[in-house]
Ligand binder design. Structure first.
Ligand code: URA
Length: 248
């Protein structure tokens, strides 16, 4: 496939560095350097490649990664996944300029404010749809801490494929419960209905007191990524989302 190219001023504006006019001044001022050479022409077309940050600097720092960009983020408790909800949003965990990127970054699905764990953020609409489409059966695994001990029949209720959540008419797809202790369990689901895990446990007479997502498809939240931290997803992370999880 031919490498796409873009004018330098358009690229910088799309990455949120400023308006076309502002970034034009930055370039004319010698702030953009490629492999040690100042780029002075805002209209120069550059090939858009994932390794641009290794070659191009804007001021003292590597240029931001160009689109398509996907981030692996460890969502902390207490932040929301939407721009519209009140409260601090996950987008505030990213560099401020990234809120002005075009194409925009969006979360792939949502976690509640009171749920922590693995969250993907992307500007790649096709990837987003591939991950959330129920047809692709991408699994999501949650560690649920429960208010009351499991009775023992919850796994069968979740696996049956006929559980209907309160206020809904469509039964849930089968889900897999793996108890870890009387009050903790992994629950693996393939859908993303509103507050799904909390409502599933409510449907079997329990209550979730803490919830963390640690896996999407075959992609695990790594121990080294602290709450609030993120990293740029590599090609093998994207492949892992659509691969089977590693055997326990
Ligand atoms: N299920 C929930 O109840 N909450 C989440 O954040 C995700 C799944």
């Amino acid at each position: 496939m031919k490498t796409p190219t873009m004018r330098l001023d358009r690229l910088l504006a799309n990455l949120g560095y400023g308006s076309r006019r502002e970034v034009g001044f930055m370039v004319a001022g010698g702030l953009v350097v490629r492999d040690g050479v100042r780029l002075r022409d805002p209209s120069e077309r550059l090939p858009i490649t994932a390794d641009m940050p290794e070659h191009i600097r804007v001021g003292a720092a590597p240029i931001d990664p160009p689109a398509p960009l996907t981030l692996v983020l460890h969502k902390p408790l207490g932040v929301v996944c939407s721009h519209k909800e009140p409260g601090r949003s996950v987008y505030e965990l990213l560099p401020e300029r990234w809120r002005r990127r075009d194409p925009v970054l969006s979360t792939i699905g949502r976690l509640d404010a009171e749920t922590s764990g693995l969250l993907l953020i992307t500007d790649d609409g096709a990837l987003l749809h591939r991950v959330i489409s129920p047809r692709n059966h991408v699994t999501k695994r949650y560690l649920a801490t429960l208010d009351r001990p499991l009775r023992g029949d919850e796994g069968a209720a979740f696996a049956a494929g006929d559980l209907v959540l309160e206020g809904e008419t469509d039964p849930l797809a089968p889900a897999v419960l793996e108890p870890l202790s009387p009050t903790t369990a992994w629950l693996t689901i393939t859908e993303g209905r509103y507050h799904q895990v909390r409502r599933m446990f409510a449907a079997v007479g329990n209550h979730v007191v803490a919830l963390n997502r640690d896996r999407i498809g075959g992609l695990d939240l790594e121990a080294g990524l602290a709450p609030g931290d993120f990293r740029v997803a590599a090609a093998d992370d994207l492949a892992a989302i659509f691969a089977a999880p590693a055997a326990a």
